[in-house]
Design a protein around this ligand. Structure first.
Ligand SMILES: Nc1ncnc2c1ncn2[C@@H]1O[C@H](COP(=O)(O)OP(=O)(O)OP(=O)(O)O)[C@@H](O)[C@H]1O
Ligand SMILES: [Mg+2]
Length: 344
């Protein structure tokens, strides 16, 4: 299998596919929705690039991998970060031993050329400039322009893509023109009890029933209280607890104690009492809402006419009561600045 693809005389060195297994357990509907996005139902039809969203550890990447496995296509995963540049996403120039420049195709471009599936993982960590380089790929044009290699790269008809996104705050706002190319949005929820038990058993088939049920009880209670502990957290708690029990066969730790210790070490002391953690979370959410007065319905918060505004007549030309600005304004007056005088 040739790992070099030539476009307009430029040799692109292709990457290798990702071998990760992706068994998706339960929640059939969201998997079917993902597979539907990738169907082409008519020669004039085009595949969709969906957004898979949900809290960390809920299964977004696993779902995308599983969808790719079901279609039996090569899988490529690009891990997006805040400092991803367009050339990282597309083609990177590398100095070869010969002293010449070699062009390396990213996982995305490799998938485009080989007719594979690319998962852009954690897409909302990436900045607008990098997203902009994908705009023509994500609509009917289906190509990218590599500025570095000076070529236009068309996508194979079998190329498919999905983007996973977290709902946390350490992310960029993706511009609307990109979001409108990343549709539909498939939102993952937490698994039901039997599914979550099956997921834990699948990943830790050597865990005994007592440890499994302690973990699944904990996770289900956390889900019902809207706390963001995920299946991944459950897998980690269980894994560490089982290691601690196996560590000293002559004086094994009590199973309950090992599990509780693992819970604390993985998720912190607060996770031991889920109810009070949920209360704290609710209080802090409620605490952010400053109570509204009648005036708030009629005036925007910055409106100088708002009765609670600390606006003062001296600031008439400038709502911002920053002292430095005021000094600047005085300087402007001294210099007889036309614009300032005009405004007054
Ligand atoms: N339905 C499922 N079937 C099988 N495994 C699952 C399922 N849901 C979650 N998992 C397991 O839970 C763990 C976390 O899943 P994954 O890494 O896909 O989450 P994620 O949503 O992509 O997280 P992040 O936002 O941190 O990237 C993995 O070990 C995954 O295999
Ligand atoms: Mg992920």
């Amino acid at each position: 299998m040739s790992r070099i693809h030539t476009i307009d005389g430029i040799n692109l060195h292709l990457g290798t596919p990702d071998p990760t297994e992706g068994e998706w357990i339960g929640q059939r509907e969201v998997l079917k929705q993902l597979l539907a996005c990738w169907l082409v139902v008519d020669p004039r039809d085009l595949p969709l690039t969906p957004r898979l969203v949900g809290t960390p550890g809920i299964g977004k990447t696993t779902l995308a991998i599983s969808g790719a496995r079901q279609r039996g296509q090569e899988l490529y995963i690009y891990q997006c970060t805040a400092d991803t540049r367009p050339e990282d996403l597309l083609v990177t120039p590398v100095l070869a031993e010969s002293g010449k420049i070699a062009y390396h195709a990213s996982p995305l471009v490799t998938a485009m050329l080989r007719g594979g599936i690319c998962i852009l993982d954690e897409g909302n960590r990436m900045n607008e400039k990098s997203w902009a380089s994908l705009a023509p790929l994500l609509d009917h044009r289906r190509y990218v322009e590599s500025i570095v290699a000076g070529i236009s790269i068309p996508a194979h008809p079998d190329f498919r893509c999905a983007v996973t996104m977290n709902e946390d705050e350490s992310t960029f706002e993706i511009p609307d023109y990109i979001l409108s190319r990343l549709q539909p949005t498939l939102t993952l929820g937490h698994p039901a009890r039997e599914d979550e038990l099956a997921i834990l058993k699948y990943h830790l088939p050597f865990a005994d029933d007592q440890m499994l049920s302690l973990t699944v009880d904990f996770l289900q209670e956390a889900h019902s209280l809207n706390l963001d502990f995920s299946t991944r957290d459950g897998i980690n708690i269980l894994r560490f607890a089982l290691k601690r029990i196996a560590q000293d066969p002559t004086h094994p730790l009590a199973r309950d104690d090992a599990w509780r210790e693992s819970l604390e070490k993985c998720l912190g002391q607060d996770a031991v009492d889920l109810k009070s953690l949920a209360d704290k979370k609710n209080q802090s959410l409620g605490g952010n809402n400053v109570p509204m007065g009648l005036a708030d319905f009629f005036f925007s918060p910055n409106d100088p006419l708002h009765p609670d505004s600390d606006f003062d007549d001296d600031d008439f030309d400038d709502n911002d009561d920053d002292d430095e600005d005021d000094i600047d304004d005085i300087d402007d007056l001294d210099e007889g600045d036309d614009e300032t005088t005009g405004r007054r």
